[in-house]
Design a protein around this ligand. Structure first.
Ligand code: URA
Length: 199
């Protein structure tokens, strides 16, 4: 039986070769990398962002730019380190000019996120921003509870993963939102404190 690391490597290789993706030619012409998740494969908590930005696509690492700096501050505010968690995105390739992901891109890359979750088997999915919140709530049987991120952030939901395991879901604002709206940083810090109860 292949190990978790082997299964993650398979995902990486499949995404690398994903010529059918609408973002494939943008990746190759820009000399970018796809960005797969990073961190512990045994994490209790999986944090899910939207899509890589330029820094992430240049390095192949999630949340290593300006939003990543805020994310690291949030982790530090509750004494967590990246090695203790797993951090990933729904969309694995950078959309041009950091535009919002399109529905067809979420459709192409979503199954890879499902597989990451199936490999890790986390207790909690922390969704960062409206795209991952929508995707995860829909995938985890919570379509009826969907509301704008301004209404769901900081609320804990109980759902079931596509492979049938009970999971808690905590939607948060995307860390990048705090770059443009300073007041949201306080909200993020407050909401992030809820993560502590799963430590
Ligand atoms: N924003 C995201 O959603 N993901 C990243 O990896 C970086 C910025």
């Amino acid at each position: 039986m292949s190990s978790k690391a082997d299964k993650m490597r398979e995902i990486r290789e499949e995404v690398l070769a994903l010529e059918s993706s609408p973002l494939y030619s943008y990746r190759t012409s820009g000399n970018y990398y796809p960005v797969i998740g990073e961190g512990s494969h045994d994490a209790k908590m999986v944090f899910i962002g939207e899509a890589p930005g330029k820094n992430e696509a240049k390095t192949g690492r999630p949340f290593c730019g300006a939003a990543g700096k805020i994310f690291d501050e949030l982790l530090a505010s509750i004494g967590l380190l990246r090695k203790d968690i797993y951090i990933t995105n729904i969309v694995k390739d950078r959309p041009p000019e950091n535009r919002d992901p399109l529905p067809e891109e979420v459709k192409v890359y979503g199954p890879y996120l499902d597989r990451e979750i199936e490999i890790i088997k986390p207790e909690v999915l922390v969704t960062l921003g409206r795209y991952s919140t929508r995707y995860i709530m829909e995938r985890c049987g919570l379509t009826d509870e969907l509301c704008p991120i301004s209404a769901v952030h900081g609320n804990l939901f109980k759902g079931a993963t596509p492979d049938g395991r009970a999971v808690s879901i905590l939607p948060l604002y995307h860390p990048a939102a705090a770059i443009y709206q300073r007041a949201l940083k306080e909200t993020l810090i407050k909401d992030f404190a809820m993560v502590k109860k799963f430590l």
